[in-house]
Design a protein around this ligand. Structure first.
Ligand code: GDP
Ligand code: MG
Length: 367
C-alpha cells in the first residue's frame, strides 16, 4: 500500500549530503570498517559502508553515525541516575568532598541530626537526592551517607547495614524487572560507586579499612581515597599512597576500575594509569581564596593555600575527572553488568526460577 504513495520519480532529495565534511573517508585498514561488524564473518560488504568501488551509484553517506546524536537526545530527555555512597569514620571530610565534587550543598543536610555532630550508636544510612542540570542534561544524584561507620569502640561487622542497603537496592531493581507489567524505565537506586575514605595517618591501613573493602568490593565499585591529604607533606603523601597500594594488593582487594573488567587494550592502558595513581590523595573545601587574582576553592595551611583544583597541590581534580568526566557511565555499567548480574543470577537460582520474591528476603550470602 505504501509503495504506491511515493512513485520513484518523485523521490525526495536526500536530506543529507553524499558525505558530510566531518565524516572522514574510511581507510581500508581502519578497525571500524564493515569488518568490525562481526569480524568479517558472514557480513557482506555493503556499498556506502566504507567500500569505495569506483563508479557505484549507491556510494554515499547512510547516516549510521547519527545514532550518537539520537542517543544524546534520548539521554537528555530521560536524564539519568547516579548514586554515590560515602564511607569512612566521622570527621574525615566526606560531606565536604562530595559538596566540592558537585559544587553544591548536596550532603550538607545528610547528617540529619539537627546540625549537631553527634555520633550515632550504630551505622546509619542516609540517602539524599538532588537533581543537577548541566548543558541540558539532568542527573538525579543520590548521596548515601553512612554516619557512625568506624566510630564505635567495637567496629566488628559495622559494614553489615551498608551491605544490606546495597543488596536491598539490587533486590528492588530485580523485583521491578521480573514484574509482568514492568515500568518502561526502572528507577535505579543501586549504588554505582562507594568512595572509601582512608585516614591520613601516614602509617598503614586499619584492620577495619581492610575488612570493609575486602567484603564490599565483591558487591559494589569501591574507590579508595586518602582523606584530608593537606595534613601530610608531599613526601609523606607519596610514601603513604605507595604503602596503601601495596597493602591493597597484598590483601587482594579489588577496587574500581577492576583489572578483570577492562574491555580492550585501550581501556587497559587508560585504567592502568589510573590504578597506578590510586588511591587519590584529596582535599575538600567550601571556602574560596584569592590566589594570583583568581578566586579558588582551597584550605589555608602553614605552607599557604592548598588549592583544591590544582593538580600540583592535591589529586581532587584527578578524582573528579575520573569519577565524573571519564568513568561515570562505566561505573553504572559495571554495577549493572557485573555486581547486579551476580546478585540477580544467584537470587533467581536460589529461588528456583522466577518465583515472586519477598521484600524482606534480600541476600547477604556473598559477603
Ligand atoms: P565528615 O564527618 O566525614 O562528613 O566530615 P566533614 O565534611 O563534616 O568535615 C569535618 C571537618 O573537617 C570540617 O571542619 C571540615 O572543614 C574539615 N575538612 C573537610 N575536608 C578537609 C580536608 O580536605 N582537609 C582538612 N584539613 N580539613 C578538612
Ligand atoms: Mg558528614
Amino acid at each position: 500500500m505504501s509503495e504506491s504513495i511515493v512513485p520513484p520519480e518523485v523521490r525526495p532529495k536526500p536530506a543529507v549530503p553524499a558525505k558530510p565534511p566531518h565524516v572522514a573517508a574510511p581507510s581500508p585498514t581502519a578497525p571500524h570498517g564493515p569488518s568490525g561488524l562481526g569480524g568479517g564473518v558472514g557480513v557482506d560488504r555493503v556499498p556506502g559502508l566504507g567500500h569505495s568501488g569506483s563508479g557505484s551509484t549507491l556510494l554515499g553517506y547512510i547516516g549510521i553515525d547519527t545514532i550518537i546524536e539520537q542517543m544524546r537526545k534520548k539521554t537528555m530527555k530521560a536524564g539519568f541516575d547516579f548514586n554515590i555512597m560515602i564511607v569512612g569514620h566521622s570527621g574525615l571530610g566526606k560531606s565536604t568532598l562530595v559538596n566540592t565534587l558537585f559544587k553544591s550543598q548536596v550532603s550538607r543536610w545528610s547528617s540529619g541530626w539537627g546540625g549537631e555532630h553527634k555520633i550515632p550508636k550504630t551505622v546509619e544510612i542516609k540517602a539524599v537526592s538532588h537533581v543537577i542540570e548541566e548543558g541540558g542534561v539532568k542527573m538525579k544524584l543520590t548521596v548515601i551517607d553512612t554516619p557512625g561507620f568506624g566510630d564505635q569502640i567495637n567496629n566488628e561487622n559495622c559494614w553489615d547495614p551498608i551491605s544490606k542497603y546495597i543488596n536491598e537496592q539490587y533486590e528492588k531493581f530485580l523485583k521491578e524487572e521480573v514484574n509482568i507489567a514492568r515500568k518502561k524505565r526502572i528507577p535505579d537506586t543501586r549504588v554505582h560507586c562507594c568512595l572509601y575514605f582512608i585516614s591520613p595517618t601516614g602509617h598503614s591501613l586499619r584492620q577495619l579499612d581492610i575488612e570493609f573493602m575486602k567484603h564490599l568490593s565483591r558487591v559494589v565499585n569501591i574507590i579508595p581515597v586518602i582523606a584530608k591529604s593537606d595534613t601530610m607533606t608531599p613526601d609523606e603523601k607519596n610514601e603513604f599512597k605507595h604503602r596503601v597500594r601495596k597493602e591493597l594488593e597484598t590483601y587482594g582487594i579489588e577496587y574500581y576500575p577492576q583489572n578483570e573488567f577492562d574491555d580492550d587494550m585501550e581501556d587497559k592502558n587508560e585504567n592502568d594509569k589510573i590504578r597506578e595513581a590510586m588511591p587519590f590523595a584529596v582535599v575538600g573545601s567550601d571556602k574560596e581564596f584569592q590566589v594570583n587574582g583568581k578566586r579558588v576553592l582551597g584550605r589555608k595551611t602553614a605552607w599557604g593555600v592548598v588549592e583544591v583544583e590544582n593538580p600540583n597541590h592535591c589529586e581532587f581534580a584527578l578524582l573528579r575527572d575520573f569519577l565524573i568526566r571519564s568513568h561515570l557511565q562505566d561505573l553504572k555499567e559495571v554495577t549493572h553488568n557485573i555486581h547486579y548480574e551476580t546478585y540477580r543470577a544467584r537470587r533467581l537460582n536460589d529461588n528456583g526460577g522466577l518465583h515472586p520474591i519477598s521484600a524482606n528476603n534480600t541476600q547477604d550470602s556473598n559477603l
